[in-house]
Design a protein around this ligand. Structure first.
Ligand SMILES: Cc1cc2nc3c(=O)[nH]c(=O)nc-3n(C[C@H](O)[C@H](O)[C@H](O)COP(=O)(O)OP(=O)(O)OC[C@H]3O[C@@H](n4cnc5c(N)ncnc54)[C@H](O)[C@@H]3O)c2cc1C
Length: 445
């Protein structure tokens, strides 16, 4: 008999983590049904390429999706137009993954162990006596032992889950993204993967990435911007990157990514969230797909390990807390530090950012780590080298960077103090401390 035999699981939304979890839980014997709003696998999500860390697929037992390629040697552009190149070994570079191929791969492997129902909109959760008992989908009540919420950042379930407070989005990262046909008359681009930091001096980024016959164009602003500002940002990208042609091949719309407090509750009795519904990934760092895939394995492990104690015990918040804890210790804690760094960098004056990026203070390894969404942990020897490289005149600038890193370190440390055992009091206290450490804000649940 398999560990999860007799357990009924609903996966709400065929998100990346949800599909990976459907496979894992079905493989362990659970009866799994996935409910997805889109009409088919090719209507799901965005029609473009995404960056995914190379180890993500092997870790999830998946083949690298067809059409993926390595994306290396990024070039960062400062607000003043200076450039910093990043050099990376081929085998360490992220894969640029065609989202359609990834979706097909995930659906194919999930279908071996689970049923997927397309054209089904999930409207809310059924909550009885303080626990989640199922979902309401297409107007019908469907019951299960466990609901896995894989509905993405705007999950329609979270509002109904007992004990889970949905924090309003702290800010919205609004982004335009399009794949434009490459202008055949333009000379080859000098830099293939060009990212503008604090684009036009504003809180956001932009990029122009050469992608075969197309150019991947993005302009994003934290907190949004009006139509005119976006038009001007895109016009500037076009001017500086003549390979960007006029024809939009894919995408071309505005996309909204909520930037939430890092301490979101991922679990409740009968409920576990995964992917963007669970934890706000750090926008602009391309970590959502890799962490969603990894989380599926953690959820399966947490459930199978407790299966001997019965389904009710396995899906209790006390047991599911182990999944949230594993996730925080593996990814969430570091993201808290990265979040502090990311917001801090966007607040830097243009000259400070320009100097930091182009001086010898940041090594190539530092740039690689930052670009991959890792926190910069600097030892004493390297700190001294940085002070020497900066020179006395730049000491105030370096101290400002150091203060930001210290804040980030504190956030990581607080996050890593996640309670080992779930009690509402201990968890509530930890969440308040964590939000304070990351954002400086005081929340009361
Ligand atoms: C512009 C942009 C660029 C990005 N670039 C990258 C990148 O380069 N690398 C990276 O790792 N990540 C990137 N991400 C983030 C990445 O898309 C997510 O982190 C990742 O997809 C995990 O999200 P998810 O699967 O949980 O949710 P989603 O991808 O949002 O999937 C949710 C699923 O639920 C379905 N759904 C939603 N509501 C309902 C409902 N009510 N009923 C039924 N079904 C529903 C949706 O149709 C969808 O299939 C990017 C995101 C955006 C917006």
């Amino acid at each position: 008999m398999k560990e999860l035999e007799g357990m009924k699981v609903i996966v709400a939304g065929a998100g990346i983590g949800g599909l990976a979890a459907a496979k894992e839980l079905g493989k362990a014997g659970a009866e799994v049904t996935v409910y997805e709003r889109a009409d088919s696998v090719d209507d799901m999500r965005y029609p473009w390429h995404d960056d995914v860390q190379p180890e993500a697929f092997a870790r999830a037992g998946l083949d690298v999706p067809e059409g993926s390629f390595r994306k290396k040697n990024w070039t960062f552009v400062t607000p003043d137009g200076a450039v910093r190149r990043m050099y990376e070994a081929e085998e360490k570079a992220d894969f640029s993954v065609w989202r359609r191929a990834l979706n097909r791969e995930l659906v194919k492997s999930a279908e071996e162990y689970a049923e997927i129902k397309f054209s089904t909109a999930v409207e809310g959760a059924i909550a009885e006596n303080g626990r989640v008992k199922g979902i309401i989908a297409n107007g019908e009540k469907i019951y299960a032992d466990l609901v896995v919420d894989s509905l993405g950042a705007f999950s329609s379930l979270k509002k109904d889950v007992p004990g889970v407070t949905v924090h309003e989005a702290d800010e919205i990262f609004v982004t335009y993204r399009a794949f434009r046909r490459k202008n055949a008359d333009a000379p080859e681009a000098e830099y293939t993967n060009k990212v503008y930091l604090k684009h036009k001096g504003e809180r956001g980024i932009a990029w122009a990435i050469q992608d075969g016959d197309e150019v991947d164009v993005l302009a994003g602003r934290l907190g949004g911007a009006n139509e005119e500002e976006f038009a001007s940002a895109i016009a500037q990208l076009e001017k500086e990157n003549p390979t960007i042609g006029a024809e939009t091949v894919r995408g071309g719309g505005m996309y909204r990514i909520p930037v939430r407090y890092p301490a979101t509750r991922m679990v409740a009795d009968g409920y576990a969230a995964i992917g963007d519904a669970a934890y706000m990934t750090v926008p602009m760092l391309g970590s959502g797909i890799a962490t969603s895939l990894a989380a599926a394995g953690m959820l399966a492990k947490c459930l199978t390990e407790a299966a001997g104690k019965g389904a009710e015990e396995a899906v209790s918040v006390k047991n599911l807390w182990n999944y949230e804890r594993d996730f925080y210790l593996a990814f969430g804690a570091e993201f808290c530090g990265v979040d502090v760094t990311k917001r801090g960098v966007l607040e830097f004056p243009d000259e400070l950012l320009g100097w930091l990026l182009t001086s010898k203070v940041l090594t190539n390894d530092d740039v690689c780590a930052l670009a991959k969404g890792h926190f910069l942990n600097i030892g004493v020897k390297e700190a001294l080298r940085k002070v020497k490289a900066a020179g006395l005149k730049k000491l105030p600038a370096l101290l400002r960077v150091n203060a930001m890193l210290t804040r980030g370190k504190r956030a990581i440390k607080t996050a890593r103090r996640i309670p080992a055992v779930y009690t509402p009091r201990a968890v509530g206290k930890w969440e308040r401390k964590l939000v304070k450490a990351v954002t400086g804000k005081d929340i009361r649940r």
